[in-house]
Ligand binder design. Structure first.
Ligand code: C5P
Length: 272
């Protein structure tokens, strides 16, 4: 009997803080990051088929490869079961919110369900963010991405903004002046998470802003929103986020930002 198709959500990943604490001999950077996942994302469908195929649809499909270059294909192929993958793309690419990694994680979940086996290939080899995307919920991520500690954090309300410029992650890491920054302080168990976050950083923000000054414009626009509690860049950019006290306040900020900047990708969301 042919196993049924599986249909999965691939949420946007948001780095609420991202400290670069060192660099390994092979060039990879050691990170310390608080990661959460949004209720906005891509959708991935995987169904057994005579040959491997990948079709990319949706508002953000332009320029996304439909062959073995795509992380979805790379995630599925080692299982040895040919599948037809449909990727409904809603997240901007090269945007610091883990779109490709989250898509790959959704394919891995589907392939595990279809074959009853875990990935034959170490998932971290697909990308540094794939292990945390496979977990898909709030976590502290350390090392080069595979050291993951799941966390119980109350949902946060946010607005994500991407100004439409693609940012190359390796270029941002290369432009980072200091690689041995202090780690995050320990998370508070009872105190205000936003106050703790304000004392943390994204070390990739200065080099990303130097490469793409529009990131500064996005941070300013988010910082000017009524009711905003924290503003920061996610990953290596260019997507930035603002945190708000409720979803209603986030929705209203998103509306204003969209009105003022019709070319930007703006989404209110809840992070968990
Ligand atoms: O693993 P991923 O494809 O997300 O990484 C893209 C690039 O970013 C890597 O090839 C590397 O240049 C850089 N990187 C890094 N240290 C990390 C993660 C990524 O230097 N921890």
């Amino acid at each position: 009997m042919t196993p049924p198709a599986t249909d999965g959500f691939a949420p946007a990943k948001v780095n609420l803080s991202l400290h670069v604490t060192g660099q390994r001999a092979d060039g990879y950077h050691l990170l310390d990051s608080l990661v959460m996942f949004a209720d906005v994302g891509d959708r991935v469908t995987v169904a057994p088929a005579p040959v491997m195929s990948l079709r990319v649809t949706g508002p953000r499909a332009a320029g996304v490869p439909e062959d073995a270059r795509n992380l979805c294909w790379k995630a599925a192929e080692p299982f040895g079961l040919p599948v037809a993958i449909t990727l409904d793309k809603h997240l901007p690419a090269a945007a610091g919110i883990g779109g490709g990694s989250s898509d790959a994680a959704a394919v891995l979940r589907a392939m595990e369900a279809l074959t009853g086996r875990p990935s034959p290939m170490p998932v971290a080899r697909l990308g540094a963010d794939v292990p945390v995307c496979l977990l898909g919920r709030a976590a502290r991520m350390r090392g080069i991405g595979a050291d993951i500690q799941p966390l119980e954090i109350a949902p946060l309300h946010a607005v994500l903004v991407n100004p439409g410029v693609a940012v190359s992650t390796p270029e941002v890491f290369r432009a980072l002046a200091r690689k041995d920054n202090p780690a995050m302080t320990d998370l508070p168990w009872n105190a205000d998470l936003t106050a703790w976050l304000a004392a943390q950083r994204n070390d990739l923000e200065p080099p990303a802003r130097a490469l793409q000054p529009v990131i500064g414009t996005v941070l300013e626009a988010l910082g000017a929103c009524a009711g905003v509690r924290l503003v920061r860049m996610s990953g290596s950019g260019a997507t930035c986020f603002g945190l708000f006290e409720s979803r209603a306040v986030a929705d209203s900020a998103a509306q204003d930002l969209r009105r003022g900047n019709p070319d930007w990708w703006v989404r209110a969301c809840t992070l968990s």
